[in-house]
Design a protein around this ligand. Structure first.
Ligand SMILES: Nc1ncnc2c1ncn2[C@@H]1O[C@H](COP(=O)(O)OP(=O)(O)OP(=O)(O)O)[C@@H](O)[C@H]1O
Ligand SMILES: [Mg+2]
Length: 379
């Protein structure tokens, strides 16, 4: 389970450390930084896939996403120092379970002419034991081009001359002396994000789809029927029936297969025939998609939902909350929402964000001393 998340220098987040529970609800008013936190989690997941540099370049590079305020924050909206930055430009992301953690420090490239000017550089990476990146707990350390592992006999060099765009997670995860790298990569690769589920008129989930087992919902929800059928065949039929009945009392889900293609359909009280996927309302489809994400046969390490209540009528919110709570019994879940009723219905641990002097902070925290501990290795 992810216990602690640390973000520094990203969008409205100058410095934020939060603890995550089995179910964590991130709320706050518009502009408080919920999406910044969500995107920071996505960037961490990108580190596990070897594409963090590409993701940052795609949004305009580090200059476009780094904290635009003063290094040491503002007091009542006034910068507490000159506008000249003394420290290096750094975007730092860190995550830790109780056993293993990973931290990455990204910066701007040292001046050299290249067509890829927007690509940031990986300055440092650390894999550490325990929930905090304490100097004594460092298992793998990468500083610029040099990566080394801590062994009983002292430091052992793993690589020299690593490219500034290559992560140790990608390059060295297969290294015999660095099993922890594979562990950290597995942790990050086990996260699922559902923010691109489509419910519009031409949504893939409304089309017939190939009937093949699916343990995991596609990003756009294209294999909805197959994921639901797979869940049924793996013994989750009762949970699925309950999910449908909670939201649409008296209705029954149908997953007809015709010529090797399948589709979702909903038998509703008073209708002479089941309504097929193209006929379902956006909200109904959104609920089915989220139900599929929560019941999918593959249980990821972490599910992150960004505003799952989108296009759902308030009546469906308690049923959605029940699905998420059920999922949180087996999988860690983070829900980012600005809807108070969903946050209430979910319970779980609450992280309430607010903006103070342009900076995202956790409501009620007075200063950095109120934050859970985190230690960034110095450059
Ligand atoms: N580089 C940056 N430096 C400082 N602040 C930034 C930067 N980029 C964006 N912001 C500000 O960060 C704030 C938080 O944005 P974010 O999208 O995370 O808010 P949100 O809580 O998701 O709001 P909403 O509920 O409207 O979606 C915005 O007010 C935005 O102007
Ligand atoms: Mg947002």
């Amino acid at each position: 389970m992810i216990e602690r998340l640390a973000i520094e220098g990203y969008r409205s987040i100058r410095s934020l450390v939060v603890d995550l529970a089995p179910l964590t609800v991130v709320t706050g008013p518009n502009g408080s930084g919920k999406s910044s936190l969500y995107r920071a989690l996505r960037l961490l997941a990108d580190c596990g896939e070897g594409r963090v540099i590409a993701s940052l370049a795609a949004v305009g590079g580090l200059e476009a996403v780094r904290w635009a305020g003063p290094e040491h924050g503002t007091r009542r909206g006034q910068a507490t120092e000159g506008t000249v930055r003394r420290g290096p430009v750094a975007l730092r992301l860190g995550v830790a379970t109780d056993a293993l953690g990973y931290a990455i420090d990204l910066g701007i490239p040292v001046a050299q002419r290249s067509a890829f000017d927007r690509d940031p550089e990986i300055k440092q990476e650390h894999v550490f034991a325990g929930a905090l990146p304490r100097p004594g707990g460092v298992l793998i350390e990468r500083k610029r081009g040099v990566a080394r592992a801590s062994t009983d006999a002292g430091w052992m060099e793993l690589s020299r001359g690593m490219h500034p765009w290559a992560s140790v997670l990608d390059e060295l995860a297969g290294h015999a002396e660095a099993a922890e790298l594979a562990g950290a990569r597995r942790m990050l690769r086990g996260w699922r994000f559902h923010d691109a589920l489509r419910t519009d008129a031409t949504a893939p989930a409304r089309q017939p789809q190939v009937a093949t087992r699916a343990a995991r919902l596609d990003d756009d929800g294209a294999n909805l029927a197959a994921v639901l059928q797979t869940a049924i065949e793996m013994g989750w039929e009762r949970e699925l029936e309950r999910a449908i009945d909670d939201a649409f009392p008296g209705s029954r889900l149908r997953l007809p297969v015709v010529d090797g293609r399948m589709q979702v359909a909903l038998e509703q009280p008073g209708m002479l025939r089941p309504l097929a996927a193209p006929e379902l309302s956006d909200g109904t489809l959104q609920y089915l998609l989220l139900t599929a994400a929560m019941l999918s046969a593959e249980k990821p390490g972490l599910i992150v939902l960004n505003e799952p209540e989108r296009s759902l009528h308030a009546d469906l919110v308690p049923a959605l909350a029940a699905r998420i709570r059920d999922a949180a019994a087996a999988t860690q879940v983070v829900v980012v929402t600005h809807q108070a009723t969903l946050a209430e219905a979910l319970g779980g641990a609450r992280i309430e964000l607010e903006k103070r002097g342009g900076e995202t902070v956790v409501a009620g925290r007075e200063g950095l001393l109120d934050q859970p501990a985190w230690h960034w290795p110095t450059r």
